[in-house]
Ligand binder design. Structure first.
Ligand code: ARG
Length: 270
């Protein structure tokens, strides 16, 4: 099934605070370039891959709203709304809530002291199966509730490297039992759980992981990622029959996000 997605144009994207190690106020994104990069990705997903891409209007004063992956986790007509750890992003939630409400979704919410940053930290790996990251951003206590609310089999993974602060920066299930991941982002126990949970592991080396190549949207046999990964990941994916599509997302990487962070799945992969 082709995924349908939610994106937010970068009309108010910017770097106004530092809430992850990639963000440096001294390294400002270039607005015009960010617009072009986002549009190229959006047009590709919509026109070339033929995906249904819905849009939410950007809001002034919310420079990270472009990263819709953090809006929540959607299953069927239900959405667990993201509950942000950084205060700077909390005002996004009512806007995403209104968007989902208008379209008839049932909104499920978490207690405010249980941070949960949506699909940024919770990645579907098969029907009813999700892997979820915690520590820097999402709170491990949110996992039990998310799993119960959406009736999911959830495996929690601690994120131990601050550069890989959301699970989607270092972990990308391909939907066929394979996984692209950066082992250094997890502790020994997490790595054991991953090894037991996937039949085919594509372990990305650090020099490619820091290019955000694990931050990818997977649609069928298409792997949509930022630039990089030419030495190891690309050949590994092509050997498995994937088509790799690379986009220049430099301006979003300055804010700590890339291809996956810019989209939220509105349906569950089968
Ligand atoms: N600047 C944003 C933040 O720190 C980037 C979010 C990236 N999103 C993601 N799903 N990894 O919240």
């Amino acid at each position: 099934m082709k995924p349908s997605l939610l994106m937010c144009p970068p009309d108010h994207f910017g770097l106004e605070y530092e809430i992850n190690p990639w963000m440096k106020l001294s390294r400002q994104p270039e607005r015009h370039l960010a617009q072009e990069q986002w549009s190229a990705l959006y047009r590709f997903l919509r026109d070339d891959l033929g995906l249904a891409v819905e849009l939410i209007e950007a809001a002034p004063g919310l420079p990270d709203m472009v990263f819709t992956a953090n809006a929540g986790l959607v299953r069927g007509r239900e959405v667990v709304l993201g509950s942000f750890r950084p205060p700077q992003r909390r005002a996004e939630s009512p806007l995403f809530e209104a968007w989902f409400k208008q379209r008839g979704y049932s909104i499920l919410t978490l207690p405010p002291d249980q941070a949960f940053e949506g699909e940024g930290d919770a990645l579907p790996a098969g029907p009813g199966e999700v892997w979820a990251g915690y520590l820097t951003r999402s709170d491990v206590r949110s996992h039990a509730l998310v799993s119960r609310l959406l009736d999911l089999h959830l495996t929690s993974l601690e994120l131990v490297d601050p550069r890989f602060y959301h699970l989607d920066t270092c972990f990308s299930p391909l939907g066929d039992g394979s996984l692209v991941y950066f082992p250094g982002a997890f502790d020994d126990y997490g790595r054991q759980a991953i090894e037991a949970g996937f039949s085919d592991l594509i372990a990305v080396p650090e020099e490619e992981a820091v290019q955000f190549v694990c931050n990818a949207l997977v649609a069928g046999r298409h792997y949509v990622q930022p630039w990089g990964g030419g030495r190891f990941l690309r050949p590994a994916l092509e050997a498995r029959g994937f088509e790799v599509h690379q986009f220049d997302l430099s301006e979003f990487i300055k804010a700590g996000g890339a291809a996956k962070c810019l989209v939220l799945r509105l349906d569950w992969p089968e």
